[in-house]
Design a protein around this ligand. Sequence first.
Ligand SMILES: Nc1nc2c(c(=O)[nH]1)N[C@H]1C(S)=C(S)[C@@H](COP(=O)(O)O)O[C@H]1N2
Ligand SMILES: [Mo]
Length: 233
Amino acid sequence: MRASTIARTCECRPPSYSAGMSKERYIAAKQKWAEKQVAAGVRRRAVPAGGRLPPGQKLTTGFPVLDLGVQPDIPESEWALALDGLVEKPTTLSWAAFNALPQVDDTSDFHCVTTWSKYDCRWGGVAFTTLYELAQPKPEARFVYFTSYDGYSTNVPIEKCLDDDVLVATRFDGGPLPREHGGRARVIIPKLYAWKGAKFVKAITFLPNDKLGFWEVRGYSNDADPWKEERYA
Ligand SMILES: Nc1nc2c(c(=O)[nH]1)N[C@H]1C(S)=C(S)[C@@H](COP(=O)(O)O)O[C@H]1N2
Ligand SMILES: [Mo]
């Protein structure tokens, strides 16, 4: 269960979830916030030289949970990850098949658009490049569209997914990835704001053209570079 928080409507903070709030109201509040930021002409700040914290972010030692109000519980026997779209080898991986793939560990920083960052997240799982090599996207494939078990989706250009710190993670901090943080498996793309990393991931689809995901159609930036403060479109 998530700790209850006080809903804030002040100018300086994006809306936070409050206990008992409907999923629809929470999503609508975040969408409204995105629109307001654009209308207010919120600009990007200068990047501190050599800094580790992107502009406009604050360091947290906790690990907040952000979701759509559902944390799907998928039994091992029913879990599957599809690699599909414009690929030579469409593949559906069972939990056993996924875990039999080469495993990697990577420590990275996590930047949420709601202005918190967490340093040194220890992720473990399968490198995106391993899945890429397995599915063999065709040359016309240029974008990746992620779909999740909770109905979430997000989109990223292929080249942003091919860095070696991009994972489909099943482990966090040496243990299994907790469900509230996206278990059984979630995507991690450390160089982009965290909404580009789909929790509870179900399918990775390779597309010839870009297709906007859940927050991207609701006013979030399509580029999501924390260093350029690409927060809202
Ligand atoms: N499936 C799914 N993935 C998601 C989300 C979501 O609601 N559903 N929220 C995104 C957002 S907005 C953020 S900031 C991060 C939050 O990850 P955390 O809950 O582990 O902190 O997950 C991203 N991935
Ligand atoms: Mo977020």
